[in-house]
Ligand binder design. Sequence first.
Ligand code: BEZ
Length: 335
Amino acid sequence: MKKVIRSIVMMMVMSLLLLLAACGGDEASGDESGKTYSFKLAHITPTNHMWHQAAEKFAEELENKSDGRMKVEIYPASQLGTEADMVQQIEAGSVDFGLITAAYMSSRSPSFAAWFMPYAFEDINAAHEARTSEVSKKILATLDEQGLVGLDYLFAGQRVMLFKDKEVTSPEDMAGLKLRVTPSPPMQDFYRSAGASPEGLPLPEVYAAVQTGVIDGMDMDLDAAITNKYYEVVKYGAVTNHMVWPSVAIVNKSTFEGMSEADQKLVRDALTVATDFAVNTRSGQEEEFRQTLSDNGMKIYDIPADAFADQIAEFDAKYKDSDPLIKEFIDTYRK
Ligand code: BEZ
């Protein structure tokens, strides 16, 4: 009889312990359903670019925060196709997450063009801060109708100009130059108003195009100039920092809305860690990147913002009229 009572007490104690463990579970591990996820995340940059490192940070954080319930497999370097292909796969649900350039997203939702307001931010820290503003969130919310959730913005360095053979120091020097500019209307408009002929080549085609003289230069960021070895094929680098360069972290809407609120929070928190990591790492690297490009034979120099005063005014006038969220963004950030 004693044995039976001891067994019953033991069972009750065990049950109580299990119940306590379930109720008081580690806050960071999200909901208690034990639901597991194997996510796929796609982006276009090579594995040594900051966006890939940030994607790895996101995967690591999410796995830790969820106590191993959520894993992320990363497909970098356009392995799953162009950004258009990736976004289609995310809409269809065969891929879950993407870090997609705001430049491409502006072709899906024109309000993203706001981010290409020239000389909007002092540096990428200021842009990183702006990503949580009301207007920035409203721009993300424009994706709701497209089967996507816009979660956050993740920055690479600001845009610079690389020239194959000519030391360009003003818009006047750009007249007639064929420059690769991401196929995004606001970016191309900026270059067109400076007198250049923008060519909308996707990233994987840029190296060969400049090497063979199909283009005379490109709009790029310093990080990508190094990771894609453009220093082998261009001589001049003008550090204009004329635009910021966000990717938009997107996720399939049904996947995200199918998760508990606690799990959605884990995703958002892991992304915040990744975006902070990217901007904190990147913001201190400009000098190092300039030096690396100089060490590889490029002439690196600055062009001050006031050289582009006319282009800035033209951009603001055109784009303020084009979309109410762009107007709100320009009114908020143009100092
Ligand atoms: C570009 O298309 O210029 C680009 C895309 C992703 C990261 C850096 C540059």
